[in-house]
Design a binder for this molecule. Structure first.
Ligand code: CA
Length: 238
């Protein structure tokens, strides 16, 4: 067999931010075996320095880091126009459900609990990359002053830019492209997250809540409607 080369073989680049050397090595080994390029950092400062020269396609971010925590760093990455579109998977040793939800609230796209199998890790990375790369460029979509640009991942309300994470962006993009129809959580998972067996239906509720919170200052949260015992709908009709 002959390996393909050149632009058709463009590799995804992943930034590993993890202070435990053993885990970092295991992650690096797994990623190269799967054909990814990677950079590694053992704290937030080194990660920031790396980001100044190369923007990765995804960040694997440990929760507990010396200095600034992974959680606070995720929030900071979401605030910066240069990094807000980069998907983040949090690595956490915590099994507490509220902590996981908090990770998603702070801007992570997914989380994985240590110890994890490399197989699970790889399938989660691939699922998140698929999701982030599947938002197609169909030009800016606008409904009643709420505008989305699939190319830049920018959302604005009456011309004012809104800070939004990649998952919320995809969710809003899906809703706005399919208005006035009710979707169950399972359907939203399929459509927005892809067929990822690891994502629970409750995750949809977490992201809906975040999306509403993001849109709330502009009054657009009312467009994301709960349809009791069925699911959710995007509607400009109240
Ligand atoms: Ca750690």
């Amino acid at each position: 067999m002959h390996e393909s080369t050149g632009i058709t073989n463009m590799k995804n680049r992943i930034l590993i931010v993890e202070d435990e050397e053993g885990i970092r090595e295991m992650l690096g080994y797994t990623l190269s075996r799967e054909g990814f390029n990677f950079d590694e950092a053992d704290n937030v400062d080194s990660a920031s320095t790396l980001l100044e020269s190369t923007l990765p396609d995804l960040i694997l971010l440990d929760w507990m880091l010396p200095g600034m925590s992974g959680l606070d760093y995720a929030r900071r990455l979401r605030k910066s126009p240069e990094t807000r579109h980069i998907p983040i998977i949090m690595l956490t040793a915590k099994t507490d459900e509220t902590d996981k939800v908090k990770g998603l609230d702070y801007g992570a796209d997914d989380y994985i609990t240590k110890p994890f199998s490399t197989r699970e890790l790889v399938s989660r990375i691939k699922a998140v990359l698929r999701r982030s790369q599947s938002v197609s460029d169909k030009g800016t979509i606008e409904i009643e002053g709420l505008s989305l640009d699939p190319e830049t991942y920018r959302v604005s309300a009456h011309g004012q830019s809104i800070e939004i994470s990649p998952t919320e962006f995809r969710l809003l993009h899906f809703f706005i492209s399919h208005p006035e129809r009710v979707y169950t959580r399972a359907q939203l998972l399929d459509q927005v997250w892809g067929q990822n067996v690891y994502v629970e239906e409750r995750t949809v509720d977490v992201h809906i809540r975040r999306l509403r919170k993001t849109l709330q200052p502009y009054g657009f949260d009312k467009y994301i409607q709960t349809v009791r015992s069925v699911g959710y709908r995007f509607s400009t009709v109240h």
